[in-house]
Design a protein around this ligand. Structure first.
Ligand code: GLP
Length: 265
């Protein structure tokens, strides 16, 4: 795992957008794993800008989102399909047919989970998986105690998560669906590269547990230590509880992989 610390959330989002853009230019048929949440909004805004101003081409790319709520239709204002359309899909040259989210209103949810795993496999696996972290350490909707080998499946959401995601449902946690379909921790770990973006002081304590604590199902994001190529991008606020900050900064300044990104430091 590598931890990159940048001064603010705008620069952290810019690094992530530039990494995605570079991966897409190197492999136009990139299979991109996507995440939702407020943290990702500036990343998608930047990708749209790169598409409009620099011709970043999404036409051959395929996308797979981490998760979707159960029981709300795609056109519900709180659905992740709506979120993705609004922030990215409708604003770049990505045909809907190449964008995938689990179907939270499928009549057979277990079959839907198998179909989703099969679609990812058919696409050749995920090249680059973008991730955020929940206040309780979840990735996707893998809540604490999720099996570290889990695959796409149905999960119950914790009260903390429903509280965290209430703004998309008029501010009322009771309106947030109680269950979701989510890629499993094992599905996420199968991707070829993971990029975890974490910003804001409210995430500092959970980020420190995920990065510097033990690998534990109580903090599903800590499972990213089992991934051979996981990079964590944090702003100063989110990084403020990390003990190894000096070492992480030194590595970012000296590793050749990051030479082209020093303008963001
Ligand atoms: C939701 C998503 C997660 C995301 C989390 C963080 O729960 N299922 O994938 O990481 O929100 O949200 P935010 O970025 O708004 O803090």
């Amino acid at each position: 795992m590598e931890v990159i610390i940048l001064p603010d959330k705008a620069k952290a989002a810019l690094l992530v957008a530039r990494i995605i853009a570079r991966a897409l230019r190197a492999k136009p048929d990139l299979v991109l794993g996507l995440a939702t949440g407020r943290t990702m909004e500036p990343v998608y805004g930047l990708l749209v800008e790169m598409h409009q101003q620099a011709g970043l081409d999404f036409s051959r790319c395929a996308t797979f989102n981490l998760d979707e709520y159960i029981g709300i239709p795609a056109d519900h204002p709180g659905s992740y399909r709506r979120y993705m359309d609004a922030f990215l899909f409708d604003r770049v040259n990505l045909s809907q047919a190449r964008t995938h989210l689990p179907d939270g209103i499928a009549s057979d949810l277990s079959a839907e989970c198998h179909r989703y795993e099969a679609l990812i496999a058919q696409a050749g696996g995920i090249d680059l998986q973008l991730l955020g972290i929940g206040d309780d350490g979840h990735i996707g909707f893998n809540e604490p105690l999720s099996s570290l080998r889990s695959r796409t499946r149905e999960k119950a959401l914790t009260p903390a998560t429903r509280e965290q995601n209430a703004p998309q449902f008029g501010g009322d946690p009771a309106q947030v669906p109680g269950r979701a379909l989510t890629m499993g921790v094992g599905t996420i770990l199968d991707s070829r590269r993971c990029l975890l973006l974490v910003t804001g002081r409210s995430k500092a304590a959970i980020l420190a547990q995920a990065v510097e604590g033990p690998i534990t199902a109580m903090v599903p994001a800590s499972a990213l230590h089992l991934h051979p190529r996981c990079q964590v991008v944090a702003d100063e606020e989110a990084a403020s509880a990390l003990r190894g900050i000096d070492q992480y900064r030194w590595l970012f300044a000296h590793e050749p992989e990051w030479a082209d990104f020093q303008d963001l430091a």
